[in-house]
Design a protein around this ligand. Structure first.
Ligand code: KIV
Ligand code: ZN
Length: 521
């Protein structure tokens, strides 16, 4: 069966959207998930955007061997040189060159005539081709471009060496019928079209990104650009999980397949949400908590009689496992390890030890441990959040006084290298007071406070609270996460971890130039 290539741009279009920035380690973690899922192409970033972007595209290129790695580049020699420098170490590098082709973008953004854009597109694809055989060309805002002009640009890009032609719906404006017609028109009327792969890249401004991508595929596109959880500029991009499951579930219509291991979808979604400190809306297709839940009596009755009455795909097919096994304080290391294995985690002995220690701590506060709790424990105790937290301040104890008629007060005791330090502070609320006390003890460098996010892992009053804190300094994001049945403890630990990370970065870069502007929040 013919295969549609999955081009994931979570680390570029997804990461560039507000609230979704990731640090290098987080990007590598996402890239590993994508590789495990057998994504065909990872767009690792926009190398010229900043030194941090360059570093992450380069590191991912050198680390991930199972996927093509692409970097985005505008149609300028400098962008293309930088993109190549960043991806050249990849097992299969790709340079992704783009230029806008709609009248609006050419006149107001590029301030270039159509003829100049046509010329530049050809020249820059040829320029990139000198470095790399695998060249993608995107006609930005293709769906609002003049059809005749778009055909000429695409023809020029193909003649200049492009191997993939992407026709983005940059502003999420098109409809499925139009998208299908666009791909069919270009495929039928452009010289050399038979030698390249056509791609779609749809934004979700009108909620049609997945429908438009699928329509493009039905029109002959054989690459879809998408992101995990549909992250991306404004309302996001086509979500990977939706398009992959649509192609698979409606194979009767598409007659196509993808190379994706769909059982990795749930894990990838969770990883990305954890990193950006968000949770899926309950009703989000494929990955939301309710996506496979059957609450109403009629539905439950139907599902009990035959699952297919209300289930068009199984939770197992996207990696969700329904667990009847209850773990608790009497469960041993073996039972915990076995359940983690069943959930798809392959942990080293040290990682399992750490997770089991944490499991025991949680068991003292919470009677039944669910799969969601276990997943949270693993996420908090393995590579994403562990390495450079080993050094730094740890919470010794805290004491809080808060009410709805006085100012909150918090005393915090922290420990570092066997030494304990305490301080007390007031705040607008208990978290503010605790963070002020921590600042008084640690006296961290100036930083802005980017994200504070709290969510519950499972149901019930004794649920684990999962807190993510992101602080910004030195043009970087430092993430900390805390997990506890006590949300104050989780909040304190999350902030401490973020500050410890920042301090570790400062130690490592202490003899470099002075900090780049950092503003106090
Ligand atoms: O939306 C868009 O047009 C893009 C291109 C740069 C591919 O992201
Ligand atoms: Zn885009």
């Amino acid at each position: 069966m013919e295969q549609v290539k999955i081009f994931d741009t979570t680390l570029r279009d997804g990461e560039q959207s507000p609230g979704c920035s990731m640090n290098l380690r987080e990007k590598i973690e996402v890239a590993r998930c994508l590789e495990k899922m057998h994504v065909d192409i990872i767009e690792a970033g926009f190398a010229i955007a900043s030194p941090g972007d360059f570093e992450s595209v380069k590191t991912i290129s050198e680390t991930i061997r199972g996927c093509t790695i692409a970097s985005l580049a505008r149609s300028t020699p400098k962008d293309i040189d930088t993109a190549w420098e960043a991806v050249k170490g990849a097992a299969d590098p790709r340079i992704h060159v783009f230029i806008a082709t709609s009248p609006l973008h050419m006149e107001y953004k590029l301030k270039m005539s159509p003829e100049k854009v046509l010329e530049r597109a050809g020249e820059m694809v040829a320029y990139a081709k000198k470095y790399c055989s695998n060249i993608e060309f995107s006609a930005e805002d293709a769906t609002r471009s003049e059809p005749e002009f778009l055909r000429r640009v695409v023809e020029r890009a193909i003649a200049s060496g492009a191997t993939t032609i992407n026709l983005p719906d940059t502003v999420g404006y098109t409809t499925p019928g139009e998208m299908r017609e666009l791909i069919e028109d270009i495929k039928n009327n452009v010289k050399g079209a038979e030698n390249v792969i056509f791609s779609v890249h749809c934004h979700n401004d009108l909620g049609m990104a997945t429908a438009n991508a699928l329509a493009g595929v039905l029109g002959g596109a054989r690459q879809v650009e998408c992101t995990v959880n549909g992250l991306g500029e404004r309302a996001g991009n086509t979500s990977l999980e939706e398009i992959v499951m649509a192609i698979r579930t409606r194979q009767d219509v598409t007659g196509l397949t993808t190379g994706i291991d769909t059982t990795q979808i749930h894990r990838a979604s969770q990883t990305v949400y954890n990193i950006i400190g968000q949770t899926a809306p309950l009703n989000k297709p494929i990955v939301g908590k309710n996506a496979f839940a059957h609450e109403s009596g009629i539905h439950q009755h139907g599902v009990l009689a035959n699952k297919k009455t209300y289930e068009i795909m199984t939770p197992e097919s996207v990696g969700i496992h329904v667990n009847n096994l209850v773990l608790g304080k009497h469960s041993g290391r073996h039972a915990v390890g076995q359940r983690l294995e069943e959930l798809g985690f392959k942990l080293s002995k040290e990682e399992l030890d750490r997770c089991f220690d944490e499991f025991k701590i949680v068991c003292d506060k919470k009677k039944n441990i669910t799969d969601a709790d276990l997943e949270a424990i693993v996420t908090h105790n393995t590579n994403i959040v562990y390495e450079d937290e080993a050094e730094g301040y740890k919470l010794d104890w805290f004491q809080m006084s808060t009410s709805n008629f006085t100012t909150a007060t918090c005393t915090v005791s922290l420990e570092k290298d066997g030494e304990k330090k305490q301080d007390v502070a007031l705040g607008d609320g208990p978290i503010d007071a605790a963070y002020n006390a921590i600042d008084a003890i640690i006296q961290p460098s100036a930083h802005s406070f980017d994200i504070f996010n709290i969510h519950s892992i499972s149901e019930g009053k004794d649920t684990l609270g999962d807190v993510t804190v992101k602080v910004n300094a030195y043009d970087r994001t430092f993430t900390g996460r805390g997990l506890s049945t006590d949300i104050m403890e989780a909040s304190i630990n999350a902030y401490l971890k973020a500050l410890n990370r920042m301090a570790a970065y400062e130690r490592k870069h202490s003899n470099e130039a002075a900090p780049i502007k950092a503003t106090e929040a």
